[in-house]
Design a protein around this ligand. Sequence first.
Ligand code: NQM
Length: 361
Amino acid sequence: MNRPPGEVPCLLMRGGTSKGAYFLASDLPADPAARDELLLRIMGSPDERQIDGLGGAHPLTSKAAVVSPSADPHADVDYLFLQVAVDRPEVTSSQNCGNILAGIGPFAVERGLVAAGEERTSVRVRMVNSGDLATATFPTPGGRVDYTGDAEISGVPGTAAPVVIEFPPGGGPLLPTGKARDEIHGTPVTCVDNGMPTVLIAASDLKVTGYETPRDLEEDPALAERLRGIRLAAGRLMGLGDVSGTTVPKLTLIAPPRDGGAVTTRTFIPVRCHTSIGVLGAASVAAGLRVEGGVGADLARLTPGDDRVRIEHPTGFLDIVSGVGPGADGLPAARRTAVVRTARKIFDGTVFARSAETAPP
Ligand code: NQM
């Protein structure tokens, strides 16, 4: 069907603790600049309330997924994640998103890219942003996605059907600086990447407890300045270059657990403080805790021989399976990573982008 430009088929979904607009790649312009410009108008950016678009006025609810059949023999679909900035005219593919990933399998079935199984369906996803693979398995009784179930994830009210996501070990090194611990501007850090480049910092080294609310931490300008300096230097050390305009690496403040988990976290993504924690962010933190000599290893309470890690965050906890073992180069390397998320179809229809003439520059 031929649609006027600016009218785009769209599925609005919650994926894990995030919410985003899911599109078939074939429904968006192929040219990345034209696609991003359209996404800004769809989400209502730049505007801190995103009042004229689908965005929810927070980085966690200003996200887009672009999905297409995959040419990779190991994947069914390609998933490109795009972070649409709220208050800046900026769309970036510099990071991945494991929460929005939770909706990709159901979306692929809804749109007929993958045939549903009679009871459950597994969809193999190539995450275009990183080149990494993931397999998501979810219930499809009678060949239809069932979003209802009894899985509960912290940060989302109620329960829903479980989406089990398995990540095989990724391609890149777990310790991008080649070290378990670096020192940046006098602060010990562990730079780790198990799907999301992340800098682990002991909260106490930044003169906070690590148990503050995200809002309290965001309102501390001295902390923000210190984190900014650490992030810029860490980006260079991790081989990411000048990260002043990108959303990675993330920064996770670590403190001893308070509620029976392995560790308490507060994660900056990278300016706003996450209300929970990202999935791949959690995968990186969990693996980082197992790095001997790393800043997290001293603070974490892990059970030897048990790959399960409970990561406490501002609205509860995230349970993740994370194995780490010696790599070929003698440095620690990620093994299997797996997590349970939920996702929900909220709205399916046509989104009407704000017209280019009336959008802000
Ligand atoms: O780390 C937010 C989120 C994320 C990313 C962010 C994510 C992940 O919670 O896999 O899911 O870190 O910007 O959606």
